[in-house]
Design a protein around this ligand. Structure first.
Ligand code: SF4
Length: 302
């Protein structure tokens, strides 16, 4: 069978090994070299261009339905659950603990629960909104597993690698939020990021207050494509006397966007994390769709 393999950035280092394994079984194998960060970004166009019959996407579970033969190969890693003993003192003031993790650790969530229960905690595991598929699992854009139990818990514990995923959940919740990285045996409270994010949001709206020309980012990635929202935003911005244009791209290149100097501000409809995590990479303000609406509401009051 002719197959295309796709790996997120952290797993690209293993691409050749997997390709050779499949080749030895008789498959004709290609590897996507394009950047990818989630199952929202399936290399279906590349697979079709190659005449591949299947896309094998590593590192993520299914994000949304697509009209192509896709096999998902989540990369699970067994983390050392015993390390939770190291944060017993941190969790001591809290009785009800909500736990969240990523696809890499979600198979261990019951072990994490039992370990916390052994410390005397009442443990809560929430439901994702729909992009994530397992209870307790979060994505950068699906923090339902945290938000759905925010009212029930005294604090949250994220158990997994990196800070990209828990930060999304921190922004959407109000309770103390501890992140433990079992691979580095490190932990930190992330609550200060809520205030930083609120300040960022306020600053970005104020920097856009006199903007007249808006570029609305639309991604062609299959799980991020939101042209309808972009069209609504364009109409709304124009109704308020602005000029607006829809800008289509794949993985947006911020240097390239910086070259579009006619625009006073950009509005994001692609991966929602662009407008929370990447705003410093652009010279002009990058607003989320909600922030663009808030901007217009503020202007209407003046
Ligand atoms: S956070 Fe962004 S990159 Fe990650 S799955 Fe969601 S849309 Fe894709």
């Amino acid at each position: 069978m002719k197959v295309l393999l796709q790996f997120p950035e952290g797993l690209k280092q293993y691409a050749l090994k997997h390709a050779k394994e499949l080749e030895s079984k008789g498959d004709e194998v290609f590897i996507s070299a394009s950047p990818t960060y989630g199952a929202c970004d399936l290399a279906i166009d590349e697979a079709k261009k190659l005449g591949a019959e299947k896309l094998v996407h590593f590192g993520h579970s299914e994000f949304h339905k697509v009209d192509f033969n896709v096999e998902y190969v989540p990369y699970t890693i067994d983390a050392n659950i015993d390390l939770l003993a190291n944060i017993k003192a941190e969790l001591a003031p809290y009785k009800k603990v909500g736990i969240v993790t990523t696809v890499q650790q979600v198979h261990q969530i019951e072990d994490i629960k039992r370990s916390l229960e052994a410390m005397g905690k009442e443990v809560f595991i929430g439901k994702p909104y729909g992009f994530a598929k397992k209870q307790g699992q979060i994505l950068g854009c699906d923090i339902g597993s945290a938000a759905s139990i925010n009212k029930d818990v005294d604090c949250f514990l994220y158990f997994g690698g990196g800070l990209f995923h828990p930060l999304g959940a921190v922004y959407a919740t109000t309770k103390p939020f501890l992140a433990m990285d079992p691979f580095g045996n490190k932990w930190m409270w992330l609550d200060s990021h809520r205030e930083m994010q609120a300040k960022r949001k306020k600053a970005i709206i104020m920097r856009s207050i006199f903007a007249k020309k808006f570029g609305i980012l639309v991604s062609k990635k299959n799980g991020q494509h939101n042209l309808n929202l972009a069209k609504v935003l364009k109409l709304r911005l124009e109704k308020d006397g602005n000029e607006a244009a829809i800008l289509i791209g794949d993985t947006f290149d911020f240097e390239s966007l910086d070259n579009m100097m006619e625009f006073d501000a950009f509005v994001n409809t692609a991966c929602p994390r662009l407008a929370t995590d990447d705003t410093e990479r652009l010279r002009k303000p990058l607003l989320s769709a909600n922030e663009a609406m808030e901007l217009m509401a503020i202007r209407a009051q003046k």
